[in-house]
Design a protein around this ligand. Structure first.
Ligand code: ZN
Ligand code: ZN
Length: 382
């Protein structure tokens, strides 16, 4: 639909150039009536859908309601559980048709046990990445206590949420990096499409593109809180959103959103909404148009890691040098392989699926790493 609309618009623009120009106003009204005409033919009965990007500080939690049905994607960290519960109750949510926990990082699942305890839930979807920590154990315990089954949804599977259709797009593989194992999904109501990719980073984005599904969306919840490790150029082009929503905490220590991501949005005329600036953001879809409860952000302000050096201003070599001093990491020029001390896999430093947790940079030889029980990554074949 979006592509057809763009094609029509470009044919129309060409016609204007040929005929010597028409007022911009009438051009817009003709273009939008063309769009509305198509929508009416195809989707007459889309109900109102609301997408609440709940302000949970640094983390994610999105409530989607449509025609009396509801879905919660992620539940912020441990300290946000009760606040999300209250928010859901204020929205008169009594039952969740779906609870989707994109991946097991604490800023996504920490608050989930509260929801599991307090609400009736039909279906629970989790990532195929399991963690061996307290937060994850508490989640599984809460699910078991409630007698709830949980599964990883199949890519391509579709579910209905009122008049909306939810299509699963990821995970397409198993990964060393929990972010890449995120469940990704498209929610379509009438002609309005919303894309959620959790914290999926570039490797997972590539795998998504390879599955050949349609990623074009009107609203894109920026992957990984607007980090530069997500929203790779090719993926962005496939999504080609009109709106991006960034869920991140004010002055978060990761420096989210990163300047690179904001720049991609800005250069392409994407309207940006941010929970760190506006609090909870609500997008409403009637199947044809999408409206937001707040105006788009105009700040284009990137986060500042650790509250000091700006991503823009620090030259890369300097940034690496100071990071090295702070953390005592190995000299980047001497690193031979990157190890995952938990999964016991090792990677080339250039692998696009490097671990972000349990990571150890090694300067040893391949043989001695294998002798320590590590297996080569199947992706980069070190
Ligand atoms: Zn996250
Ligand atoms: Zn994560």
């Amino acid at each position: 639909m979006k592509r057809i609309y763009k094609q029509l618009l470009s044919i129309f623009l060409a016609a204007i150039i040929l005929t010597g120009g028409i007022a911009a106003d009438s051009m817009m009204s003709i273009a939008s009536s063309t769009r509305a005409g198509n929508v009416q033919e195809k989707n007459t009965e889309a109900a109102k859908m609301e997408v609440h990007f709940i302000d949970v500080g640094q983390g994610d939690s999105t409530l989607i309601t449509c025609d009396g049905h509801s879905m919660l994607i992620d539940a912020g960290d441990y300290s946000k559980g009760t606040a999300i519960q209250n928010y859901l109750q204020k929205q008169k949510v009594k039952k969740l048709d779906y609870l989707i926990l994109t991946h097991p990082d604490s800023d996504h699942i920490g608050g989930a046990p509260v929801m599991i305890t307090k609400f009736e839930i039909d279906k629970v979807f989790v990532s195929n990445y399991e963690k061996d920590n307290k937060t994850y154990q508490k989640l599984i315990q809460a699910l078991d206590n409630k007698g709830l089954k949980y599964t990883t949804p199949e890519v391509g599977a579709q579910y209905s949420l009122g008049t909306a259709t939810v299509t699963i797009l990821a995970p397409n593989d198993t990964y060393d990096n929990p972010n890449d194992a995120s469940i990704a999904l498209m929610i379509q109501n009438g002609d309005n499409r919303f894309l959620f990719t959790g914290d999926a980073e570039e490797a997972a984005e590539q795998d998504m593109l390879e599955n050949g599904m349609d990623f074009a969306a009107d609203v894109y919840k920026a992957g990984h809180h607007g980090s530069r490790s997500s929203t790779s150029q090719k993926f962005f082009e496939a999504v080609s959103p009109s709106y991006a929503v960034i869920s991140c905490g004010e002055d978060n220590s990761y420096g989210h959103p990163h300047a690179e991501t904001l720049n991609t949005f800005r250069m392409n005329g994407v309207k940006v909404y941010r929970t760190d600036e506006d609090g909870t953001i609500i997008a409403t879809s009637d199947g044809k148009t999408i409206t937001f409860n707040v105006p788009a952000s105009e700040t284009w302000k990137a986060g500042e890691p650790n509250g000091n050096s700006s991503v823009w201003e620090t030259p890369k070599s300097e940034a690496q040098e100071s990071k090295k001093q702070e953390t005592g990491e190995a000299d980047p020029t001497e690193i031979t392989y990157v190890l995952n001390v938990k999964t016991k896999k090792f990677h080339k430093p250039t692998c696009n699926s490097l671990p972000t947790t349990n990571r150890k940079d090694s300067t040893e030889s391949r043989e001695s790493i294998i002798a320590q029980g590590y297996e080569p990554c199947k992706r980069c074949n070190p």
